[in-house]
Design a protein around this ligand. Structure first.
Ligand SMILES: Nc1nc2c(ncn2[C@@H]2O[C@H](COP(=O)(O)OP(=O)(O)O)[C@@H](O)[C@H]2O)c(=O)[nH]1
Ligand SMILES: [Mg+2]
Ligand SMILES: [Zn+2]
Length: 356
């Protein structure tokens, strides 16, 4: 018998599941591979596929690694329900599509990983941060391969300037430097996902943190719907501290899906300046009393960061328009209304909004 609480099951999941008890038993997805899933239930690991009924329901949330689901035992378990997620990591799928790709679900902490040899890039880090904030998980920046960098502190400084208060660690899986700092995130029963470009050292780190438990490269064999044999990698692992770690596929480029909460949280400094502009619909293009321009001119706001913010905002709006063209028919008006509303919400939250 397996104790699912070790796999992150808790009272919240139990109360969601209570209404679905007659459907089957609870399970967590530990890997996915082209339509088949590796799941863990109280009886151990097995293969599962999604119920035909769910497959054709447009409202179905497609399960991903980290999801809690309800399965009906069968020769291959059948996934009959997906429990509501408390967090998720979602990006826009690559290419000319408005489809989303959920990378992992029910992630408490996300390790945003960049390596100090070639990969370090603040603009990319901003993208990842926006994705993590948007998905309601907690970001921790991990700069990897510190053994290859002579000036690791410079990089840390750059990230600190980007977002004061953001946890950041320099590590080396080769020498072990900094690894003990990460143990504070390895809370038993919690789930941590590693995200970042291919080659930054995600799997190597997971192997280190899991040493003696499991190997991140361990392969499981099964067969897909057409009966072909497939080899897949597990994506969810146990650390020594009984934390669950999710290895995500490296992304060459990250495109953001809809939602501007993540963007606002990632660019709090920019938001703060923009909220101070004299005119509420300031376009920050040289209007009198524009705080954004003022901040850039006096060196308090990095023009590259301002540009990055605008670029990501455009990208997200483009996504939203594609996703629901009707809602965006009066596009320009929507734009204005929307940015105004966002601003009023923020100001209301900070308790300094006055009707003017
Ligand atoms: N020098 C050095 N190399 C590392 C470190 N961590 C990983 N690597 C190497 O970087 C390469 C990519 O690592 P991998 O874990 O597969 O990256 P992933 O694609 O993010 O999973 C491998 O050759 C690793 O041996 C490190 O801390 N220092
Ligand atoms: Mg890997
Ligand atoms: Zn302005």
């Amino acid at each position: 018998m397996i104790d699912l609480t070790e796999w992150g099951w808790n009272h919240d999941w139990e109360s969601q599941y209570r209404a679905m008890k007659e459907l089957g038993q609870p399970a967590r997805i530990i890997a996915m591979y082209q339509g088949i899933f590796r799941v863990i239930t109280q009886n151990g690991e097995s293969w599962a596929e999604i119920a035909g009924r769910l497959r054709h329901d447009v409202k179905t949330v497609w399960p991903v690694t980290g999801d809690f689901v309800v399965v009906r035992p069968s020769s291959r378990d059948i996934i009959v329900a997906v429990l509501d997620r408390h967090s998720e990591l979602v990006r826009k799928a690559a290419g000319e599509t408005s489809e989303h790709q959920t990378v992992a679900a029910n992630v408490d902490t996300t390790f945003l990983m960049q390596s100090l040899d070639r990969d370090f890039n603040l603009r990319r880090l901003e993208r990842y941060l926006a994705m993590v904030w948007q998905g309601r998980s907690r970001p921790v920046v991990i700069l990897t391969k510190s053994d290859l960098a002579a000036n690791a502190d410079d990089y840390v400084y750059q990230v600190t300037r980007l977002s004061p208060g953001l946890p950041i660690h320099c590590i080396s899986s080769a020498t072990g430097e900094g690894l003990e700092e990460l143990t504070s995130y390895l809370v038993p029963g919690s789930t941590v996902a590693c995200v970042g470009s291919s080659g930054v050292g995600k799997s190597t780190l997971i192997n280190r943190l899991c040493s003696g438990v499991e190997q991140a490269t361990q392969e499981t064999r099964g067969s897909d719907q057409r009966g072909r044999h497939t080899t897949t990698h597990r994506e969810l692992f146990f650390t020594v501290e009984r934390t669950l770690l999710i290895d995500t596929p490296g992304m060459r480029e990250l495109y953001l899906a809809e939602g501007d909460v993540g963007l606002d949280l990632t660019f709090q400094d920019v938001m703060k300046w923009a909220d101070g502009c004299r005119y509420r619909d300031c376009q920050h293009r040289g209007e009198p009393g524009c705080m954004v321009k003022g901040a850039i001119d006096t060196g308090r706001l990095d023009p590259d960061r301002w540009e990055a913010y605008q670029k990501l905002q455009k990208e997200i709006l483009y996504q939203e328009r594609r996703a629901s063209p009707k809602a965006w028919a009066g596009s320009r008006e929507q734009w204005k209304k929307r940015s105004k509303m966002g601003r009023q919400n923020r100001q209301a939250k900070e308790g300094r909004y006055h009707e003017s």
